[in-house]
Design a protein around this ligand. Sequence first.
Ligand code: ADP
Ligand code: MG
Length: 292
Amino acid sequence: ATPISIMVGTGRGATAGVLIKNAEALEIMEKVNTVVVDKTGTLTEGKPTLTTVQAVGNMTEDEVMVLAASIERASEHPLAEAIVAGATEKGLEPQSVEGFTAITGKGVSASVGGHTVLLGNAKLMQENNIDVTDVAITVEEHQRGGETVMYLAADGKLAGMVGVSDPIKVSTPDAIKELHDEGIEVVMLTGDNHNTAAAVAEKLGIDRFEADVLPDQKAAVVKKLQGEGKIVAMAGDGINDAPALAQAHVGIAMGTGTDVAMESAGVTLVKGDLTGIVRARRLSRATMKNIR
Ligand code: ADP
Ligand code: MG
């Protein structure tokens, strides 16, 4: 590729909010036939809000909220921010916590007012022998509506659940449609549960997805697809996504996401608008045509 044509291509991209880091990234885009996308913060806004609070047993909803928010004050996860904001909105005062621990891809734990509290997904509850069958039907209903549900356990017993909802970005449906029109397979990856993932995938017409993916497994999924002969672009926004972005033939970071993601990617979509992937492919095609 001539330096001039690369410069023209990357310059045009930059004007349109598609930052292309180097010649390799620009050259490979036209060859991509598989786009792997992270759900939270990539397909969705990544700014969930609290939508459900439910108490189980003799705790009140407010007590469930206080416990949840008290622990989540120490977490930097977007889910944590939604829970803390929800409690603040209800005028609830958080309590101080001790021994905060984040369990990657599963949830958080801490001691609150002398109680051992766990907050997180089904896997976390299972590992700690917390029985969640009482709320199974309610939880599934909320998940099928696209909500992410977290269970709250206090002293070894289920005490409640909280649900948050993360809206799909306005630009996402168009982006998925354009990618499909170009014959590209879209694969969604998420640490979220199967039901919530299925609801989002169905809404967007995404036919292939993997749920309950632990952060360190994302790169392995990309590698597996590459092993099937696919030319893979990976789009993500989080620190968790960085290894997968680096593993892919080309990594695509959201400019609205973390710096680590952008550093690991060959392309950055300044406004986090996924239609930029199709734009980058057009630039790639035009650039390569000039060269050949
Ligand atoms: P994603 O890939 O969707 O960003 P993560 O791998 O960060 O997901 O988390 C996967 C799941 O683990 C979440 O859907 C949630 O159920 C649980 N989880 C992770 N962090 C927290 C937290 N701070 N509080 C509660 N639950 C959490
Ligand atoms: Mg994400």
